[in-house]
Design a protein around this ligand. Structure first.
Ligand code: SF4
Length: 341
């Protein structure tokens, strides 16, 4: 196996939310109103090799976007580290985050919100390369036109404003802006989720072509299992800030092993149950402010036993290249007795 270039090593991310004025007043009466800690990521470790596309999948609130932002250097981890070729991607000091590399770039879901509405897209594309002196100043304009052509737009569109593009074209501009920094790693956060299905296919095909031509490595964050299947080499399933299953895409789609992955697959039309029925995952995703003890999925899991309510399952091997965090995979869901331990 090729050495990983991107390492996410035991990363946790917590956000502290201070109570508002009204909450503080109520808190004076009730004894509450204290800062709350949101556990967005808990002890996540992943490695990504060059040219690999790793899918990150889970329900809304599972921490996948936070993980993308930590990898992109927008957030610094609370614990653990994220490194590219052994060097940290970001550093936090005094409450500010310094991004230490331009080699990781992020593409967001909403291209309109991420583009300056008053700036011509040619200028938007040129901003980063100019600031970081990635391209000689006298070549920037020509390079930006070439980049627009590379993503399937006309070079002359450099003089247009974002509102003069369709949604699919704007996402192509967002891809061009990321590529303008000549990154080694792209983080795509629900990058096609806001597009019509036919436009999604065009943008995904563009991404696949660019991946092949430029040798890109990518984290592909999505809730859409059918899209992930077409794009990703391996897939990581997340639940309430933790990694619960990691496997090559073919293996995962052939046989999901973690009960949450099974429930996720059964709940979407792309994979189905084989009987034309789709089963909604029972119960609500718990609050990341007060995650359940033991396995975070136990309140919704049909296989939960006493051990699941007491002990956090660790990721353990379940096949040649697959790991699963479930007690069904590491000795069973019943509490171990003294003799059995
Ligand atoms: Fe279900 Fe227990 Fe496995 Fe968690 S550890 S997924 S509760 S069987």
């Amino acid at each position: 196996m090729t050495d990983p270039i991107l390492k996410i090593d035991h990363v946790s991310k917590r956000f502290t939310r201070m109570p508002g004025l009204a909450e503080r007043w109520v808190g004076k009466l009730t004894g509450g109103g204290k800062p709350v800690v949101v556990h967005a990521l808990s002890d996540v470790s992943l490695e990504v090799t060059k040219r690999e596309v790793l899918g990150i999948v889970g329900e809304s609130g599972c921490g996948k976007s936070t993980l993308g932002r930590v990898v992109a250097g927008i957030y610094a981890p609370s614990d653990g580290s994220v490194t590219l070729h052994g060097k940290p991607i970001a550093r936090e000091h005094g409450g500010n985050v310094d991004k230490l590399t331009t080699q990781v770039q992020m593409i967001h879901q909403d291209p309109f919100a991420s583009l300056n509405p008053r700036m011509k897209v040619g200028e938007t594309l040129a901003e980063g390369p100019r600031h970081h002196k990635i391209i000689p100043a006298n070549q920037v304009r020509e390079r930006m036109r070439e980049l627009l052509e590379k993503v399937g737009l006309e070079g002359a569109y450099a003089d247009r404003l974002p509102h003069q593009f369709s949604g699919g074209q704007r996402q192509r501009v967002a891809i061009a802006r990321a590529l303008a920094m000549e990154p080694e790693v792209l983080v795509l956060d629900e990058a096609v989720a806001s597009l019509d299905v036919s436009i999604q296919a065009q943008v995904l095909n563009l991404f696949m072509d660019l991946r092949r031509d430029l040798g890109l490595t990518a984290l592909f964050i999505s809730h859409d299992l059918s899209v992930v299947r077409h794009v990703c080499d391996r897939v990581a399933i997340m639940y309430l800030g933790r990694l619960v299953e990691l496997a090559p895409a073919d293996e995962l789609y052939a046989e999901p092993k973690h009960p949450y992955t099974q429930a996720l697959f059964a709940s979407v039309p792309t994979v189905g149950t084989g009987k034309g029925r789709f089963e909604a995952i029972k119960g609500e995703i718990p609050s990341p402010i007060d995650p359940p003890p033991g396995c975070a999925f136990h309140p919704r899991c049909p296989f939960a036993g006493p051990r699941c309510r007491a002990e956090v399952p660790r990721l353990t091997g379940a096949g040649t290249a697959r790991t699963v965090a479930c007690h069904l995979n590491d000795g069973g869901v019943e509490m171990k007795t003294e003799a059995a331990a």
